[in-house]
Design a protein around this ligand. Structure first.
Ligand SMILES: *Cc1c(COP(=O)(O)O)cnc(C)c1O
Length: 312
């Protein structure tokens, strides 16, 4: 997908000190023009800006925060494949994200965890066949929709052609950060799939549910795609009850089911986003006490080595 990244002025305006520039060198910022348009440029504490703006604190070494918090390197079965959970195989696509989140738990795995090249599709097929109990493919990354359109289509078609695969799931932030990438062609090919298609959108703040996202969501739902959202609980971004309530309402308005609220993965450079467990539980309990049950996502943490996400 082509994303216009020529719009980094919003970051430049806010990059002041040397440590911040060092953070930017460690994990070069990426922000789509569309996502930049959602940011309130006059507010240095804008919750969307905070998610993408390099911060000097990313350079600080904090005990307990490391490069591979989920021990994913050890779970890689084949180049680009992760099989940690029963029944599901996760494909790490090498498509770039439309925005680089500063708290990305794969920020230190880039260029290593993903695969590319001509033999890639064949090896994905062979690997899936090698797991006969796998009924669901999870396309993650990077971002699967960051790949070239024909590669996305080939990968989807290859998965759909395997009778054992009942569900194809895409984990993506494109509908949020670059909704124009959800083309009519893509929607049509999703609508034509045999397997059930699930899209899990990464959405952290009610302002990320733009009118453009709502239109794309409506089109995807019409195409039979099941829409879910996962959010990360982030200090200074969405760690207020009022924000979470608005997020739940905005997702419902868009026809997106709130799925997970993740406790932050302890990746090096992201410690300043952490919300402690006691506060996370209190916020979640208050959310449950104030909204319809089905509008409140499950609060979970990923613990390396466990066969599923762990409820808090
Ligand atoms: C989170 C995750 C999944 C999907 O888990 P669900 O609970 O089914 O959403 C699959 N594989 C890996 C490696 C994951 O981290």
């Amino acid at each position: 997908m082509h994303v216009d990244h020529g719009h980094l002025d919003v970051l430049a305006r806010h990059c002041r000190d040397q440590e911040q520039r060092r953070a930017a060198a460690l994990w070069p910022p990426r922000i789509s023009r569309f996502y930049a348009s959602l940011i309130d440029r006059d507010d240095p504490d804008d919750p969307l800006l905070r998610q993408v703006l390099p911060d000097g604190r990313e350079c600080h070494v904090v005990p307990g925060y490391d490069d591979d918090p989920l021990a994913e390197q050890a779970c890689r079965q084949d180049p680009g494949l992760l099989s940690k959970y029963p029944g599901r195989v996760l494909v790490l696509c090498d498509g770039p994200c439309a925005v680089r989140c500063r708290f990305c738990f794969r920020r230190h795995l880039r260029g290593r965890a993903v695969s590319g090249g001509s033999g890639w599709l064949k090896s994905v097929r062979q690997a899936l066949i090698a797991y006969p109990d796998c009924h669901e493919v999870v396309l993650s990354g990077g971002d699967p929709l960051g790949m070239a359109q024909d590669r996305v289509r080939c990968l989807l078609a290859a998965c759909d052609a395997l009778p054992q695969i009942k569900r194809i799931r895409l984990h993506t932030r494109y509908p949020v950060a670059e909704p124009s990438c959800i083309s009519a062609d893509l929607t049509a090919s999703l609508a034509a799939m045999r397997a059930m298609v699930v899209m899990v959108l990464h959405i952290n703040h009610p302002r990320e549910v733009s009118p453009e996202l709502m239109r794309v969501a409506a089109r995807l739902r019409q195409a039979g795609v099941h829409l879910y959202a996962q959010s990360v609980l982030l200090r200074g971004v969405n760690d207020q009850l009022e924000t979470l309530l608005r997020l739940g309402e905005a997702l419902a308005d868009a026809g997106i089911v709130a799925y997970y609220l993740h406790q932050l993965d302890r990746v090096a450079g992201a410690a300043h986003f952490a919300v402690d467990d006691a506060r996370a539980r209190r916020l979640h309990a208050a959310w449950r006490a104030s909204a319809s049950g089905y509008l409140v996502p499950r609060l979970v943490r990923e613990v390396a080595g466990r066969p599923c996400k762990t409820p808090l």
